[in-house]
Write a protein that binds this ligand. Structure first.
Ligand code: ADP
Ligand code: MG
Length: 509
């Protein structure tokens, strides 16, 4: 003690259980000054629990915590922050009707009970300048984007003197652009000697932003290592304990066309044209990846194909059948499945049972119904089969589907839609929000469909995923197809530029 050291926090032998569940089992963690330290792990690994202990929200059952050379025992978040450790939670704790300046001073012991708005704003400005992070202090929180709200949360913690800032899955709620901006902020914070704990299960971003990485699995510390030189595959193995094969095989694709869009235009829900003269083909047995930043017409594209949205110009055919004005049901009956972007809203009826959701697309089949009524026994059998095949973890097929975890809801929809996709599967962000193992499962299911001769149109804003999965890639920007690439021509930089609207538009001959 007393010696200057570069260790900010030393947690040793931390254990914590909830009821019978051992969430953390004698975990060690050393955080240095001036580093971004990632906590990486699958859902349930213990990342949030460990952070909550560091930030004074939970008390450990065992272990010791040394902050800046002093052994501490926190009984509240205020004590932790006084010692210099603060946390930004997954769900923000701001007060929406209040201004940014008011939120920044909320709960701060230095703020007098009565104070003029003008003074608050001035002091918020000073604070932002010192920290190098700006948000309009007079704006009300509900008016801010999610990225800006997150900045306010970060400011609030820093304003109270935190030298160690814990960010729990901060990018889960951000767009790709906002995540980039957050990374700039994080770099600035560690450059000033602070420590940032960055929690995520996204491998690429962890490698990009952190100096060191600690991997947790099932509540245990697996390893702490330098981020430099770490590979996604290695980290995935450490997180899951399984050596997954990430490679996807790509073969020559035949010429048989399943889906064709000819000069298709469509408006978005605000009535503004969101697709402009789109020409595309999806062939049997291929994954056509749609690369693009979210909000460039991809949602509208998936909706016009599946009958959820009307095209206002152009034609769409599936196996040569004109479906431009067909209903969702008619399109589904041609063998078209749809994993929608908004699974909870559009893919499922959350208040209905798992069973009812499982048969949603099949109940008219002879297997499940006569003209008059459902065949109950077969329905139960069918639902159980789907749940097992999709590895949906559910207590009962009779429980409301909306009560399952998001990952399991997603598995249910993905399996159900894959089952009806004899010809075409339209998959919008099929792995968004999933952890490594679940992602791998969904990707494997898509590739299996492809290999059985189904055409797949896969939309994703994760360029790594698009490059991994696709046999061809179409890039969308502002409602237009900017270029179409065969696998041999995949070029990350060129595709990235087109996604941002720069670079030449490349159209197929
Ligand atoms: N407040 C709580 N009550 C009961 N169990 C909890 C609580 N918080 C976490 N757990 C359990 O502890 C384990 C670790 O969870 P968590 O720390 O949230 O993991 P992660 O953040 O890595 O996804 C899980 O099994 C989870 O269900
Ligand atoms: Mg968590």
């Amino acid at each position: 003690m007393g010696e200057p050291t570069n260790v900010a926090v030393e947690a040793s032998g931390i254990s914590k259980s909830f009821g019978g569940v051992l969430a953390l089992d004698t975990v060690n963690l050393e955080l240095r000054k001036g580093e971004v330290h990632a906590l990486l792990g699958e859902n349930g690994a213990g990342k949030t629990t460990l952070s909550n202990i560091l930030a004074g929200l939970y008390r450990a059952d065992g272990g010791t915590l040394v902050v800046d050379g002093v052994e501490c025992e926190f009984h509240s978040p205020s004590q932790a922050i006084e010692a210099g450790v603060g946390m930004v939670h997954q769900h923000f704790r701001l007060v929406p009707p209040m201004t940014v300046a008011e939120n920044l001073h909320l709960g701060s012991p230095d703020t007098p009970a009565v104070i003029s708005q003008k003074k608050l704003v001035a002091s918020a400005r000073r604070m932002m300048e010192e920290i190098g992070l700006e948000v309009d202090p007079t704006a009300r929180v509900w008016q801010l984007s999610v990225g800006e709200q997150q900045r306010v949360e970060i400011l609030r913690v820093l304003a109270r003197g935190a030298r160690v800032l814990i960010l729990d899955e901060p990018t889960a709620v951000l767009t790709a652009q906002e995540a980039k901006e957050l990374f700039v902020v994080i770099r600035r914070l560690v450059a000033s000697g602070r420590t940032v704990v960055f929690i995520s299960h996204k491998l690429n971003e962890v490698i990009e932003i952190s100096d060191r990485i600690t991997v947790l699995r099932g509540g245990k510390h697996v390893v702490t290592k330098d981020a430099a030189g770490a590979t996604p595959r290695e980290l995935a193995r450490l997180m899951t304990g399984e050596d997954l094969d990430y490679a996807v095989e790509h073969r020559e694709v035949g010429l048989s066309v399943v889906l064709r869009l000819n000069d298709v235009s469509a408006r978005n829900h605000r009535g503004i044209e969101a697709l402009h003269g789109v020409n595309l083909e999806v062939r049997a047995g291929e994954v056509l990846g749609i690369a693009g930043v979210s909000g460039n017409g991809q949602t509208e594209l998936s909706e016009v194909i599946t009958g959820l949205r009307r095209a206002n110009a152009g034609t769409i055919t599936i196996d040569g059948v004109d479906v431009t004005h067909a209903s969702t049901r008619d399109i589904a009956e041609l063998g078209v499945g749809h994993i929608p972007e908004d699974r909870i809203g559009m893919g499922m009826a959350g208040s209905q049972s798992v069973k009812d959701n499982a048969i949603l697309r099949h109940y008219r089949s002879e297997e499940l119904s006569t003209r008059m009524r459902l065949k109950r026994g077969n329905v139960v059998e069918f639902a159980k089969r789907l749940v097992a095949a999709g590895r949906v973890q559910t207590r009962s097929i009779n429980m409301p589907a909306g009560q399952m975890s998001g990952g399991n809801q997603q598995r249910l929809v993905a399996k159900r839609e894959s089952m009806i996709s004899d010809r075409l599967l339209v998959a919008a962000h099929p792995t968004r929000g999933l952890d490594v193992l679940a992602t791998k499962e969904v990707q494997t299911a898509i590739i299996e469909r492809r290999d059985s001769g189904c055409g797949v149109l896969m939309i994703s804003d994760d360029l790594d995923e698009v490059m991994l999965m696709s046999d061809r890639i179409a890039v969308m920007y502002e409602g237009r197809v900017m270029g179409i690439f065969d696998r041999a021509e995949f070029d990350r930089e060129r595709i990235g530029l087109l996604m941002g609207g720069s670079g030449h538009r490349l159209l197929p001959q």
